[in-house]
Design a protein around this ligand. Structure first.
Ligand code: CP3
Length: 343
C-alpha cells in the first residue's frame, strides 16, 4: 500500500515527533457545508450513506474545501444496528428513530451478527472509492460506534438526554444486556477489520454516550467491550477511542493499548494528560460552539489550546462534532490556525 503524502496523523499516532499537530474535525462532512446541503436536498440520508459515489463525494468535501489533514468516511454509527437486523430511520430535525427497539429476549432473537463484507459491503465499496480518489493526499479514517452507545439507540429507540430506558434495560436484564453488547462487539470487530482491509488507515470508536455512565457503570457496560475491540484491531491499524465525558477513565482507556484518546472541552489538556499518562496521543478538544465566535477570537483560542497540549502527541480536533450553523470560514480558520502554528 502506498504511503499517503500527508501522513502527519499516522506519524503522530505512531508516537513520532512531527512538525505540527495534525488537524481534523469530528462530523467534518456535514450540514455546515453548502455542497453537502445540495446533496442532502436531492438524496435521503441512507441514499447518501449507501451510494459509494455520494459517500465519496461527501467525504472529500472537507478535504478539498476546509483543508483537513485526514478524511473520515461519510457514514453513520447506526448502520451497524441496521445490518444486525433493526430498522433505522432518520427523521429530519429529530434524529434517529428505531421503531422496534430491543426490550426483551424475544427481541434479541431478531438480531444476528452480520458478515460486514456482505451486509455492509457498500461501506467497503465507499472506502475503496474514497481511497482511490484521495490518491494518497491524506489518510482515511474509518469508524464505528462503541457497543454501549449503540446499545443506547438499539434499546431506547431514539436519541435521549438520559438514555434512561437503555440504562434500566442493563440494570434489570444484565445478562441480556451483556449478550447484546457481545453481539455488537463481535460485529464491530469484523466491521473495523473489514474497513482496514478496504483502505481505512486508522479507525475511531465513538462512545458518544459513555459520559452518561457513572465511572463504575462505565467499567461494567462500556469499557470491557471497547477493550475487546481495541485488542482485536490495534495490530491492524491505529485506534482512537472517543468516549465523550468519560474523562474519569482516561487511564483505563490508555491501558487498552489504543493509540489515541479523544477528549471533550470539559477537561483541561493538562489534566487529561496527567490522567492518561505520557504514552497515548490526545485528540481534541475545542468547544464546537466556540467556532461561532469571530475569527480572531477563534485564532487566539486555538493557539492557546495548542500550547496547552504542548505541540506533541496531540491531534487537534473539536471536543465533539461540528455544529451545522458554523460558517465555513470559521471552520477553515480553525484548521488554518493549527496548520500555521509553531510551538
Ligand atoms: O464525521 C464525519 O464527518 C463522518 C460522518 C458521521 C455521521 N455520523 C454523519 C451524520 C459520523 C462519524 C457520525 C457518527 C455518529 N452518528 C455518532 C457519533 C458521533 C457523535 O456525534 O457523537 C452518533 C451518536 C450518530 C447518530 C446520529 N446520526 C445522530 C444522533 C444523528 C442526528 C443528529 C444530527 O447530527 O443530525 C445522525 C444523523 C447524521 N449522521 C447526520 C450526519 C451528517 C445528519 C443528517 C443529515 O445530514 O441528513
Amino acid at each position: 500500500m502506498s504511503t499517503p503524502n500527508n501522513d502527519l496523523i499516522l506519524r503522530t499516532l505512531r508516537g513520532e515527533s512531527v512538525e505540527r499537530p495534525p488537524v481534523w474535525m469530528m462530523r467534518q462532512a456535514g450540514r455546515y457545508l453548502p455542497d453537502y446541503m445540495k446533496l442532502k436536498d436531492k438524496y435521503s440520508f441512507f441514499e447518501r450513506v449507501q451510494t459509494p459515489e455520494l459517500a465519496t463525494a461527501i467525504t472529500l468535501q472537507p478535504v478539498d474545501q476546509v483543508g483537513v489533514d485526514a478524511a473520515i468516511l461519510f457514514s453513520d454509527i447506526l448502520v451497524v444496528p441496521q445490518a444486525m437486523g433493526l430498522e433505522v430511520q432518520l427523521i429530519e430535525h429529530k434524529g434517529p428513530l428505531l421503531p422496534d427497539p430491543i426490550q426483551n429476549a424475544t427481541d434479541l432473537r431478531r438480531l444476528h451478527v452480520p458478515e460486514p463484507t456482505e451486509e455492509l459491503g457498500y461501506v467497503m465499496d465507499a472506502l475503496r472509492m474514497i481511497k482511490s480518489e484521495l490518491a494518497g493526499r491524506v489518510p482515511l479514517i474509518g469508524f464505528a460506534g462503541a457497543p454501549w452507545t449503540l446499545l443506547c439507540y438499539m434499546v431506547q429507540g431514539k436519541g435521549s438526554k438520559t438514555f434512561d430506558e437503555a440504562k434500566i434495560f442493563c440494570y434489570t436484564q444484565p445478562e441480556l444486556a451483556h449478550t447484546l453488547l457481545d453481539m455488537i462487539t463481535d460485529t464491530t470487530i469484523a466491521y473495523l477489520r473489514a474497513q482496514a482491509a478496504a483502505g481505512a488507515d486508522l479507525v475511531q470508536i465513538f462512545d458518544s454516550w459513555g459520559g452518561l455512565l457513572s465511572p463504575e457503570d462505565f467499567h461494567t457496560w462500556s469499557l470491557p467491550y471497547i477493550r475487546r475491540i481495541v485488542s482485536a484491531i490495534k495490530d491492524t491499524c491505529p485506534v482512537i477511542i472517543f468516549a465523550k465525558g468519560a474523562w474519569h477513565s482516561l487511564d483505563a482507556m490508555a491501558a487498552t493499548g489504543a493509540h489515541g484518546l479523544g477528549i471533550d472541552w470539559c477537561i483541561p489538556p493538562a489534566m487529561a494528560r496527567q490522567l492518561a499518562g505520557d504514552k497515548v496521543v490526545l485528540q481534541g478538544n475545542y468547544d464546537p460552539a466556540h467556532l461561532l465566535n469571530p475569527i480572531p477570537v477563534i485564532q487566539k483560542e486555538v493557539r492557546a489550546m495548542l500550547t496547552a497540549f504542548g505541540g506533541h502527541a496531540h491531534i487537534a480536533n473539536l471536543g465533539h462534532g461540528i455544529l451545522p450553523n458554523v460558517p465555513v470560514d470559521h471552520a477553515k480558520a480553525f484548521v488554518e490556525t493549527v496548520k500555521t502554528w509553531t510551538a
